[in-house]
Design a protein around this ligand. Structure first.
Ligand code: RFL
Ligand code: PHB
Length: 389
C-alpha cells in the first residue's frame, strides 16, 4: 500500500501522532507488533503535564480525561523526618493531572475507527528500508504474508527496543547513556491512596513513591537492586517495606491489598541524537529514556509528537522542508531539559551503593535548601509541571 506517513509503534506516541495527522487530512498507518489488549496491559505512567493534556483537548478526546483525571496542585518530597510540600499551583500557577497512561491509550485506541486511523496490530518483523531517500518503505509480516508500505516519511514511535532507531547508521548518530544500579518495583492495587498527593521518599532503607490512579486505586514503588526479582517480593513484604520507607507519619494511612500488577523496571537515562535521519523521525522512548522519578517519559513522548506533527503538517500543507529539518533540534532542546531534571531528582531521592557519607550529606543539604528556599521549590515545580513546548 501507499501512504504519506508510516508510524511504527502503536503506544501513546504513535497513536497521538496518528490522530493529529488524520485531523489534518494526512494519510497514515500505524504498525504495532502487539495486540491492543497487550498494549493496554502495560502499567506505566500516571502523571500528565499540560502539554499532554492539551494534545488530547486539541483532538477533542479529553472527555474522560476531564471527568476522571485528577488535577494535582502539589506533591511532597520526604526524607525520613519531614515532608517538604512543593506547591506547584502557588509557585507557578500550573498543575499536573493524574490519569493513567493505560486510560489515555484506551481513549486514543477507541477513537481510531471513527477517525479513520488505521492501526495494524500483530505486525511482526517490521523493517525500515531506504530511509535516506524520499521514497522509504516499511515491510512487515501479518498472518505469515509479507506486506509493504510505501510512504514519504517513517516515524519511529516503537519504544526503546523497536527497530526504528537501529535503522540509523552509527556513524550518523550519537548515544548518551547512564544506567542506574537499581530498578523500581511497582505495585498496583485497588485500595485508597495513603495521601491525596504524591510522596517521593528518600529513606535510609531506600527510595519509595506513593502514587495513585484514582480515589480507589493506588500505585506504589520502591527501588530494589537489579539482581532481585518480583518473586522475592510477596505482597506483604512489599507493603511492610513501603510502610518503613514512607515513614511513621504516612504508614498508618497505607491501606494494603492484593497486587493487580507487580513488576520491576530498570532505571536508565538515554538520549539518541539526532532525532531525524533522512526520511525517518524518532519520537518518544524510541529516541530517549528518562528514569521515572520526574514523571517525564510519556510527557516527553507527547512533546516530541507535538513537534513532529507540526513539522509533518508544515511539509504536507505548505511544502515546508525547513520544519522537517528543524524537528530534531527543537525536540532535543526540550528532551535535554527533562533528562536533566529526571537525573537530578533521581540522584537526590535514591541511595546509591557507591555513595558514602559525603554524598549522603550533599543530599541532606540539598533537601534542607529546598525545604527553606522558595526559589529552589519554584525550580522544581516549574520542571515538574513541564517546561513550555
Ligand atoms: P511505548 O509506550 O513503549 O510504545 C512503543 C510501542 O511500539 C511497539 N513496538 C513495535 N511495533 C511494531 N514493530 C516493532 N518491532 C515494535 N517494537 C515495539 C510496542 O509494542 C509499543 O506499543 O513508547 P512511547 O509511545 O514512546 O511512550 C513512552 C511511554 O510509554 C514512557 O515514556 C512512559 O511510560 C514512561 N513512564 C512515565 N512517564 C511519564 O510521563 N509519567 C510517569 O508517571 C511515568 N511513569 C513510566 C512510569 C515508565 C515506567 N516503566 C515501566 C518503564 C513508570 C514506569 C514504571
Ligand atoms: C505513577 O503513578 O506510575 C508514577 C507517578 C510519578 C512518577 C512515576 C510514576 O514519577
Amino acid at each position: 500500500m501507499k501512504t504519506q506517513v508510516c508510524i511504527v509503534g502503536g503506544g501513546p506516541a504513535g497513536l497521538l501522532l496518528g490522530h493529529l495527522l488524520r485531523a489534518e487530512g494526512i494519510d497514515c498507518i500505524v504498525l504495532e507488533r502487539q495486540t491492543g489488549d497487550y498494549v493496554l496491559g502495560r502499567i506505566r505512567a500516571g502523571v500528565l503535564e499540560t502539554v499532554t493534556v492539551d494534545l488530547m483537548v486539541r483532538l477533542g478526546l479529553d472527555a474522560r480525561l476531564n471527568a476522571e483525571g485528577e488535577p494535582h496542585d502539589g506533591f511532597c518530597l520526604a526524607d525520613g523526618e519531614r515532608l517538604i510540600r512543593i506547591d506547584m499551583k502557588e509557585l507557578t500557577g500550573g498543575h499536573v493531572v493524574v490519569y493513567g497512561q493505560t486510560e489515555l491509550t484506551r481513549d486514543l485506541m477507541e477513537a481510531c475507527e471513527d477517525r479513520a486511523l488505521e492501526v495494524v496490530y500483530e505486525a511482526s518483523d517490521v523493517a525500515l528500508h531506504d530511509i535516506e531517500s524520499d521514497t522509504p518503505y516499511v515491510t512487515y509480516l501479518r498472518g505469515g504474508a509479507e506486506q509493504r508500505v510505501e510512504c514519504r516519511f517513517i516515524v519511529g514511535c516503537d519504544g526503546f527496543h523497536g527497530p526504528s532507531r537501529k535503522a540509523v547508521p552509527a556513524s550518523a548518530s550519537q548515544e548518551y547513556e547512564r544506567e542506574y544500579p537499581f530498578g523500581w518495583l511497582g505495585i498496583l492495587a485497588d485500595v485508597p491512596p495513603c495521601n491525596h498527593e504524591l510522596i517521593y521518599a528518600n529513606h535510609e532503607r531506600g527510595f519509595a513513591l506513593a502514587s495513585m490512579r484514582s480515589a480507589s486505586r493506588s500505585r506504589y514503588y520502591i527501588d530494589v537492586p537489579l539482581t532481585q526479582s518480583v518473586e522475592e517480593w510477596p505482597d506483604e513484604r512489599l507493603w511492610d517495606e513501603l510502610a518503613l520507607r514512607l515513614g511513621p507519619d504516612v504508614a498508618p494511612n497505607i491501606t494494603r491489598g492484593p497486587a493487580l500488577e507487580k513488576s520491576i523496571a530498570p532505571l536508565r537515562s538515554y538520549v539518541f541524537a539526532p532525532m531525524r535521519h533522512g526520511s525517518l523521525l524518532l519520537c518518544g522512548d524510541a529516541a530517549h529514556i528518562v528514569p521515572p522519578t520526574g514523571a517525564k517519559g510519556l510527557n516527553l513522548a507527547a512533546s516530541d509528537v507535538h513537534y513532529a506533527a507540526e513539522a509533518l503538517i508544515g511539509y504536507f500543507r505548505q511544502a515546508d522542508n525547513d520544519a522537517i529539518a528543524a524537528y530534531s533540534d527543537k525536540a532535543l532542546a526540550r528532551v535535554w531539559k527533562s533528562e536533566r531534571f529526571s537525573w537530578s531528582l533521581t540522584n537526590l531521592m535514591h541511595r546509591f551503593p557507591e555513595h558514602g557519607p559525603f554524598e549522603r550529606a550533599m543530599q541532606q543539604a540539598e533537601l534542607d535548601y529546598i525545604a527553606s528556599s522558595r526559589a529552589a521549590q519554584t525550580a522544581i515545580a516549574e520542571n515538574y509541571i513541564g517546561l513550555p513546548v
